[in-house]
Design a protein around this ligand. Structure first.
Ligand SMILES: [Fe+2]
Ligand SMILES: [Fe+2]
Length: 189
């Protein structure tokens, strides 16, 4: 899968986790909030690592605007990492813990939206598709090294099974995704 689609799949999986977190919060379900928060941290740690180590350096010189968005992106990742470290020090469900989780979610929602609306369309038009494919393979390889689920772990599932997982995981846009997009997005059962 090419790099931008792979990163969008990561974004949508974490958006699903955010929806799960918000519902658990509305239901005052601290146990579920804690479990979902752990998954959010794992996903964000892997995602920021593959972007900073591989993706951002590979694309930063495409245009001046992309370079600026990358610099901003690295700082936004930094804020998210600081928040995650602070959240881990607090008792789960504590008012500050919840507030920091909400700020973390808002930050990541904004950051992912900016990547998808400002950075990715330019890259799609400027970079040859082979380069994006190659970059996608490198990102996938690094995810595997970091112990994260990869597309290959889910490619044998039927479309119905993938859709069911996507529904349970509150993945946005699932009804219009292809089988490959669903497989790249869902977390394994
Ligand atoms: Fe990012
Ligand atoms: Fe991203």
């Amino acid at each position: 899968m090419q790099a931008l689609d792979l990163l969008i799949a990561d974004h949508n999986r974490v958006r699903g986790l955010f929806t799960q977190f918000k519902s658990a919060h509305e239901n005052d379900d601290t146990e579920t909030m804690s479990a979902v928060a752990l998954k959010i941290f794992e996903d964000l740690e892997v995602h920021t690592t593959i972007e900073e180590e591989i993706f951002y350096p590979a694309i930063r010189d495409t245009t001046e605007d992309i370079g600026e968005t990358v610099d901003e992106g690295v700082q936004e990742h930094h804020v998210v990492k600081v928040l995650m470290a602070e959240i881990k020090q607090l008792p789960d469900g504590d008012a500050d813990w919840v507030a920091k989780m909400q700020v973390l979610i808002e930050n990541v929602e904004h950051h992912a939206e900016e990547e998808e609306s400002e950075m990715f369309p330019t890259l799609r038009s400027k970079l040859p598709s082979e380069q994006l494919e190659d970059l996608g393979m490198r990102l996938e390889e690094r995810k595997k090294q970091l112990g994260a689920p990869v597309l290959a772990d889910k490619i044998d599932l039927t479309k119905e099974e993938l859709l069911e997982l996507a529904k349970q995981q509150e993945i946005p846009g699932r009804s219009t995704m292809s089988q490959e997009e669903l497989a790249a997005t869902v977390a394994p059962a």
